[in-house]
Design a protein around this ligand. Sequence first.
Ligand code: UD1
Length: 416
Amino acid sequence: MAHYAVRESPPLRGEIPISTSKNAVLPIMCGALLTREDVRIENPPNLTDVSTLSSLLEACGCRVRRETGALILTASGFKNPQDEEDVRKMRASVLVLGPLLARLHEARIPLPGGCAIGQRPIDQHLKGMSALGAKVHFDHGGVTLCGRLRGATIYLDMPSVGATENLLMAATLAEGTTRIENAAKEPEIVDLAAFLSSMGARISGAGTSTIVIEGVSSLHGTTWQPIADRIEAGTMACACAITGGELMLRGARADHLRSLLFKLSEAGVHIHDTPGGLMVLGRAKQPFEIRTMVYPGFPTDLQAPMMAVACKTPGTSVFLETIFENRFMHAAELSRLGAHIRVENRVAVVEGTPYLTGAPVTATDLRAGAALILAGLCAEGETLVNDADGHITRGYERIEEKLAGVGGLVRRVCMP
Ligand code: UD1
């Protein structure tokens, strides 16, 4: 059972290498199912989400080889996943649907249930696949899609990241032209489109709200280095805003993090965009207001780390969560450290306090876990973050080593 023991730390100073993006790698791994040839992914992050998806792809008959600094996937012969539990373990495994349907003309997955941060339905994925000509059939807690895909115009009711990725992948091998309207614009979508284009797909408009895909008959292998993880970089920038100091976030891209950087600047943190990454200097001094939105709005995945910043920043900060209906569970845990937070439906109001004190707390989800580690950096005494469910290692590579490398007093402890 993993716990993180965190003590009040001096200002963080030094360099943190930012890992390859989890949310870019997962769809790209699923995209490897679209070709019979080798797909080589450079520098995949060492995360449990990546190993869980690797096992699922292996269970589908895809060969997965790990070399130093690379993951090589070969889907020359594959099938639908047989063990539904593999799919249920991770929400992102719904992204196998598009590639399976495109290549096998049949796909079946169990319906994902609710998760800690909300219901997370997949109706937009299914609506889009149905517009592409798939027949959709529900039975025994799962959904089966079948049929040869034909290009179509799809309007998404909301710009879902996963639905845009799934439909983009399915449409690469559909006959004719597909238009995805009200598409998500996240950098991970642009990266997926560039990856698919390097395999021979014909895609335009990724990064805008209309993506056009001209179907091709087959795709070929490729080598791809996915983008750096903007959420990890943003989390580390929040760590600096909490302790003060000077951090170089090696490989972080300012153009992927504009909304966070504006908010941190409003709070009095200095940010410099340099050729090697982002320099973050100083601590947050003024309160701020955050409304989570789809990209390029403020990312919901950085709402919890920013709430940790707000806990000790003088004045009243306000958070409005518009993407997920149940994403303030960290508020109750932060309150155990002495934070003053009131939550009313989708709004959280944080009154900054000069003193937080360490306590045992629980990571209720991935980003909540990171927020608790950050808060522990400025809480007197020891904060013990219980991550028995392994949320943090799903999405942060060696977070304790990276923070310790710049002076953070963080240790990962395994408990019986
Ligand atoms: C992705 C990210 C996740 C991030 C989220 C929002 C990955 C692996 N995960 O998740 O880290 O927090 O984007 O930026 O990239 N929705 C529907 N119907 C659908 C699909 C989505 O109602 O068919 C709703 C969801 O319940 C949620 C909202 O749309 O309220 C956003 O979901 P979506 O953009 O699809 O997020 P994910 O792709 O699951």
